[in-house]
Design a protein. Sequence first.
Length: 292
Amino acid sequence: MFYIIGLGLCDEKDITVRGLEAVKGCSRVYLEAYTSILMVHKERLEAFYGKDLILADRDMVETESDEILRDADKEDVALLVVGDPFGATTHTDIVLRARNANIPVRVVHNASIMNAVGACGLQLYNFGQTVSLVFFTDTWRPDSFYDRVKENADLGMHTLLLLDIKVKEQSEENLARGRKIYEPPRYMSIPQAVAQLVEVEAARGAGVLAPDATLAIAVSRVGGGGGQERIVSGTLAELLAQPPAAFGAPLHSLVLVGRRLHHLEVEYAETFAVDRASWRRVARDVYGCALD
């Protein structure tokens, strides 16, 4: 059996009972370590699970999946994934590879940012397409995400933006020279994300992301215990003006608030506002939300 098991969002104790039972019965357990990060070190997971974990980086998951699936038709093998197993297309691909090899597959679900983002006060059924925002470079500044954001905005829906992370990445020079030298991990901050949004809005000019008239909510370490979770709401301009420390430690996500905004959503997210009066004013005057 090939198990693909969600670990949740915080630490070693977020695994489900079903998931933990499966891990304990596996001959090999891989930890996928590049589409997201957990808030604890691998050693804590190993101590809690009672199993050694094999780190599976991008190369292994995407190009050496046969090694992960080796003998899974005769013994139990698991791939551990931060969040929920189907939070990344990579994991869908390895499930398909297992099925094509006639290996039985069992998926154990868990919490992910896709549902935990409800902690910011916005109702999950008012979210549209989720969009990824990648790091801009000097030569590559993709803006195709803007079209997806606009589609959501035209329907009045909220947009969850997943901010880029770079783990075990090579520089262009090292990649060209075939040198296995990796750059330090990088995690996109909220100010950097908002700056990129504002830049693309200035180029596109459709008014979808007007800095002073677009409400947004920044979230960090949602589901984290011990006070790690951080939520900050405001206009894009207000969020851009905050120091990076205001948003807590990575990983970060950003929600763009849609015009189909309920007054209960306004009141809940107001708790996290940089400026409550400004938050309510924009919700009322720009979004047309009826407030007492």
